[in-house]
Structure formats: C-alpha cells, structure tokens
Design a protein around this ligand. Structure first.
Ligand code: DSN
Length: 479
C-alpha cells in the first residue's frame, strides 16, 4: 500500500492533485495530533476495561477503499450497484461470526452492519419491542449500560428509556452480585417484553440459565449484550449466552479486539411445534435487519465490516485463546495484588477482564474521581465508576480497571504486579494531597499543583512511561 505521491497535473485537467499525498504532508496539524495520541498510547498504561489495541490488519481494512462505498441493504439485495465484492466481504464477516461462536446458520443469523454497540441495542428494541414496550436491564450505577434503559429520577438519560419503558434490576449492595431473586419478583410485576443480560462494569459471570428462567416465567424475550466479554465467550473463558438467549448483541472492539463496530446475532428457523402440531418459526431476522436499515442506519461501514471478518478469523486462533487466558490471569493477579495492599475489590475478585475497586471503602478513602485523576496524571488510564450502594452516579466511589489492552501489549503476571505498585504509589500521592486539601475535588486538584506534588507525580509518571514504552503495540509505527 505504498502511496503514489505525485501531485502533478497528470491528466491535463488543469487542477492541482494532492489526494495521494501522505497525511503528514497534507495536514501536519492533524498528523501531529494523531502522533501525540499514538505516543500517549505507547508511553501509557491503558486500563480502561472496554478498550483494546486492534491489529494492523484490522487497521488496514479501516483505512481501505471500502470506506468509499455505499451498500444499503443486505448482500444480494442492495440499493446501489457495484457491490459484488462488498457482498462477498459482508457474507464472509457473517459466516466467520457464526463459526466463531459455533452457531449453526440454520438456527442463528447475524447482522454485521450496526455502527457500534449502542445502535445495535437500539435496533433490537426497535425491532422486537413496540414503542413504549417494557425492557429490564441492569441499572447503570450497578454495572449496566446506558442503553439498557438508563434513567434517573430527574431525567430520561438514554433514548432507550425515552422510547421504551424501562425498569432496572440491581445488584445486592452487600455482595455486589446481581440480585436474581429481586429481578424475578420485579419481572413478575413489570412483565417486560425483553430482559437484557449484559454488563459494562461487573466482574462476575452471568447466570444466563437463571435469566432464561425468569424470562420464560413472564413470556419475555432474552437478549444478552456480551460486548465486554465477547472475546472471552469466543474462547470459552466465560459462559456463552447463546444457549439461553433469543438475541445476542456485541461490540467488536473490546475483548474481541476488532474494529469499532457492533453486531447482532438472532435466532432463526424452527422455534417450536405448538399443540396442534403447527411449526412456529422465529421471526426476528427480518425485523432486526429492517430495524438496522432502513429503520435506524444508512450505508453500512464496509471498512468496519471487513475488519469484523479479520477480527473473527483472528479470534478463532490458538494465539487468541492464549491471549484471553492471559487477560483473565492478569485480571486475577491485578485484583489479588490490590487486595493484598488493602484495596476493596467489589465482589472480592474477578471472573473476567474487569477489576472493580471500591476506593472509598478501602484504606485510601478516595473518591473515584480523585483516583481516576491521579492515575491519569501518571499516565495510567482508567475510569471512575459507581460501586454497589452509591447514591450518585456523578460522584462515584470506585474505579474500573481492565486488562485487555495491557495483555495485548504483552504484559504478564510479574509486569502486572509492577503495575499494582504504580497504582498504589499514585493513589498514595492522592491520599497525601487530600490530607492537605480536604475532600472537595476542586481543592484537591489545586493542591496537586503544589510544587511538591508536581514533582512526586512527575517522578512516578517517568517510571510508568519508561516501563510502558518497552512493551509492543500493534498498529502503524507513527500513527
Ligand atoms: N463505553 C463502554 C464501556 O466503557 O463499557 C461501553 O459502551
């Protein structure tokens, strides 16, 4: 893919032509900004649980000619011409997605066109739940996702609570585990059309069989949003939702390590034979395909769809399986290492790639915002997060950490223990600053600007960056 760099008037049409000149030359301002971000990624420790570093091969798809093409519709039934190769790519992405999860195409279909996870979820509700129909998802402060129907007593935050009626289920605040008994009771009263089994910050495996039982008691559909764990499902490191669910949505860029995109799996074929011997078929396919396009989206992102095909191929390899083993082992090491230092780990540990730390109930007694801030200052990225029992999502008590990105960079158990040391050292700088600033975030931020704290932060940041820069990072060298 070496670019032709001619800027001459090759065709004699009297126009200067620079479209094959490299970014660095065409727009050095943008090039430098991307380069700065690449540099940040290289020198930092990326611990946002939903992020990962995709492969060079996926990046090549994302920057390919596929980004030029319109192809509304399904393979073989497009609204535009010129889709011979686009059709082949989309069919390949579909078949590889089904194969990765051992799904028989007679019983399961997949739509690979959603732009990302949020549109995928909205498309499922649009397809299968009538307007103002009822959905139940894990509450956002309890580890659910915005698109599982989040609202507060002040506002309907997510469109999934504006256009559908949602009732959350919760975790038990004493254990941090999903309270399935309470869900069962609420569902019996609310009679949801659809129950969502999915998480954004929950370090334990889901009991899909129990979800199915509760769904069946109420005639509800069951959808899993496996976005966070789809890579781990592919390799058998966490339970698969497919046996129990009607529909499974996912993103492709988290543990699955593909392009930024979403997918929807749906059951198809024979559902049951009724008591009169009549065959009843699943009717999700057409509804879901129609909800994605023309219902909600326009042209599929064909560059992302090619990236999905590549990511699904990669995810079927032993290399990927070994990677996921390391993701989980690293998360367990991280959780145990922090717990040994006195940090309270929500649910006491992890089954997956997430480590959820309750800072306020730990010895450091810091808010999640202060934890996130100090870690960012030493170039460790994570996000503040509510913990069970938090009253305000705006002032959460914890942080969410994840190991997919660090594991992609090749960190193993010993390296993770070094990271534990960095996290602890950073949080202790914050403890000392808070002791002088008092509890308010604004005062805490100001205190960190004192010479003494600036130099402590800088010293630790230097160590973090020197450590991180030694690890591999997929993608282009400069950007
Ligand atoms: N933003 C993702 C996460 O952090 O979990 C979900 O959309």
């Amino acid at each position: 893919m070496s670019p032709v760099t001619s800027s001459g008037d090759m065709n004699g049409v009297g126009e200067k032509w620079t479209l094959n000149n490299p970014l660095q030359e065409v727009d050095s301002e943008v090039y430098e900004m991307i380069k700065d971000e690449k540099d940040r990624q290289k020198k930092g420790l990326e611990m946002i649980a939903s992020e990962n570093f995709t492969s060079l091969a996926v990046m090549e798809c994302m920057g390919s000619c596929l980004a030029n093409k319109y192809s509304e519709g399904q393979p073989g039934q497009r609204y535009y011409g010129g889709n011979e190769f686009i059709d082949k790519l989309e069919l390949l992405a579909q078949s590889r997605s089904l194969e990765l999860y051992n799904l028989d195409p007679a019983s399961w279909g997949v739509n690979v066109q959603p732009y990302s996870g949020s549109p995928a979820n909205f498309a499922v509700y649009t397809a299968l739940v009538e307007p103002h129909g009822r959905i139940m998802g894990l509450d956002l402060p309890d580890g659910g996702h915005l698109t599982h129907g989040f609202f507060t007593n002040k506002a309907k935050i997510s469109a999934t609570s504006i256009f559908f009626e949602s009732m959350p289920y919760k975790v038990d605040p004493s254990t941090g585990l999903i309270d399935y008994d309470a869900l069962e009771k609420s569902a019996a009263l609310f009679k949801p059309k659809l129950i969502i089994a999915g998480i954004s910050c929950y370090a334990r495996n889901l009991d899909y069989a129990r979800f199915r039982q509760i769904a069946d008691q109420n005639g509800s559909l069951l959808m899993a949003d496996m976005a966070h764990v789809s890579g781990l499902v592919a390799t058998g490191h966490v339970p698969s939702p497919f046996e129990f669910c009607d529909v499974v949505t996912s993103t492709v860029h988290k543990t699955l390590r593909g392009p930024r995109a979403g997918i929807i799996f749906f059951r198809r074929g024979l559902k049951e034979v009724d008591r009169n011997g009549k065959e009843i078929m699943y009717d999700y396919e057409n509804k879901i395909n129609m909800a994605v396009f023309p219902g909600l989206q326009g042209g599929p992102h064909n560059h992302a769809i090619a990236g999905i095909a590549v990511a699904m191929k990669h995810a079927a390899t032993q290399e990927f399986k070994d990677y996921q083993t390391n993701v989980v082992n690293n998360a367990k090491t991280l959780a145990a290492g922090l717990a040994d230092l006195g940090y309270k780990i929500v649910t006491g540990g992890t089954d997956n790639h997430i480590v959820h730390v309750d800072l306020k109930s730990s010895h450091v007694k810091l808010s999640g915002a202060k934890g996130e801030l100090i870690l960012e200052q030493v170039n460790i990225s994570c996000n503040k997060n509510t913990v069970p029992g938090d009253k305000s999502a705006l002032n959460p008590s914890g942080i969410r950490l994840g190991t997919p990105s660090l594991t992609t960079r090749g960190l193993g158990k010993e390296n993770i223990m070094t990271v534990v040391g960095f996290i602890d050292a950073a949080l202790h700088i914050a403890v000392d600053a808070q002791a002088q600033s008092g509890p308010k975030l604004v005062d805490f931020k100001a205190k960190l600007e004192d010479e003494k704290f600036v130099s402590r932060v800088q010293e630790l940041r230097n160590k973090v960056e020197e450590f991180a820069a030694a690890f591999r990072l997929p993608g282009h060298d400069d950007i």
